[in-house]
Design a protein around this ligand. Structure first.
Ligand SMILES: Nc1ncnc2c1ncn2[C@@H]1O[C@H](COP(=O)(O)OP(=O)(O)O)[C@@H](O)[C@H]1O
Ligand SMILES: [Mg+2]
Length: 311
């Protein structure tokens, strides 16, 4: 469990994270949304102890991160930062090996190599493993960065805009993989994401920030509403329900929201034809049975569906 207790961060006179308290229990995908400058990266960086709060505490599994040894924290929690620039020319495998640093301090053991291999396989990067990062497409490179944090083998993954620069197909693939990591590997994922459709589609819980504060927190069914979205993004965002699925009125409270389970239903034809669904997934991904939940059009854009792995 991640516990954020009255955390504040200031730069000069500007308070960029303002007295935020939040509990993120284990499991599931939590999306952090909000306009540019809302404080999302700053909050994530304070959870990952890249930044120190001016006041308040962050605890991960009960440990105050300010007092926890780096090596201990790095085995619990990994963070993929928004800006990932690698100055030197390294290969995909070498990048992923960085993820093992908390364990190996640079001298890889057989166990480290096995973890790197698993991450390469999971993100389907075998054919690129020995290729320099600068000879990959944006989507492949982003998968390599996600593999690096996966190799770190932590229960918590904080991903800051992992869909940056990805086209819709690659964003859909990356988000499916992130969701899969949460479901299959029991990871707790907090992901900063700009696309409300993807957030609603994949996350069990959406936390919306504005001006350093949390202004909405709950399941997509409650957060993806015209009034909340227009407050968060300062524009009018119509939300249309276009299928007969009514928003749930008995949504679980945020603390338990991330691991909602719904019985898979057959995917209706329109769902299968939707661009998000047509995005080809790597062949070895398990077959998904699509289970539409709340089907809405946001700002005239894509409809929202969810899918789950058939169990
Ligand atoms: N090192 C810094 N010095 C001064 N202001 C900063 C610094 N880092 C971030 N900020 C400011 O803090 C606010 C929140 O930034 P950030 O957390 O990156 O927002 P978001 O990730 O939601 O776009 C922004 O107004 C930004 O300009
Ligand atoms: Mg940011």
């Amino acid at each position: 469990m991640i516990e954020i207790d009255r955390v504040t961060k200031r730069y000069g006179a500007a308070t960029v994270v303002d007295d935020v308290s939040l509990v993120i229990p284990r499991g599931g995908v939590t999306a952090l949304v909000g306009a540019n400058g809302a404080g999302k990266s700053t909050l994530l960086s304070m959870i990952g102890r890249i930044l120190h709060p001016d006041s308040g505490t962050v605890r991960v599994d009960g440990m105050d991160v300010a007092r926890t040894q780096s090596a201990v924290l790095a085995r619990r929690l990994s963070i993929l930062r928004q800006e990932n620039q690698v100055a030197v020319r390294i290969t995909v495998r070498e990048l992923i090996e960085f993820g093992r640093f908390p364990y190996s301090s640079g001298r890889l053991t057989g166990e480290d190599v096995a973890a790197v291999d698993r991450a390469i396989e999971y993100l389907q990067l075998e054919e690129f493993a020995n290729r320099p990062l600068d000879r990959l497409s944006g989507g492949q490179r982003q998968r390599a960065f996600i593999a690096m944090v996966l190799a770190q083998d932590t229960g918590y993954l904080l991903l800051d805009e992992p869909l940056n620069n990805l086209d819709m197909r690659h964003a859909a693939q990356a988000m499916s993989l992130i969701r899969r990591m949460a479901e299959e590997l029991q990871k707790t994922v907090v992901v900063v994401i700009h696309d409300i459709n993807f957030a609603a589609y994949h996350a069990g819980r959406i936390i919306a920030m504005k001006d350093g504060r949390i202004v909405a927190d709950g399941p997509p069914e409650t957060v993806v509403s015209p009034s909340i979205l227009s407050d968060v993004f300062d524009i009018d965002v119509p939300v249309h329900q276009v299928e007969g699925h009514l928003p749930s009125t008995s949504a679980p409270p945020p603390a338990t929201a991330p691991s909602r389970r719904r019985r898979p239903q057959p995917c209706p034809a329109r769902c299968a034809n939707h661009p998000l669904m047509r995005a080809p997934l790597p062949a070895s991904l398990p077959r998904h049975r699509h289970r539409p939940v709340h089907i809405k059009a946001v700002a005239g854009a894509a409809m929202i569906y969810r899918w789950g792995t058939a169990r």
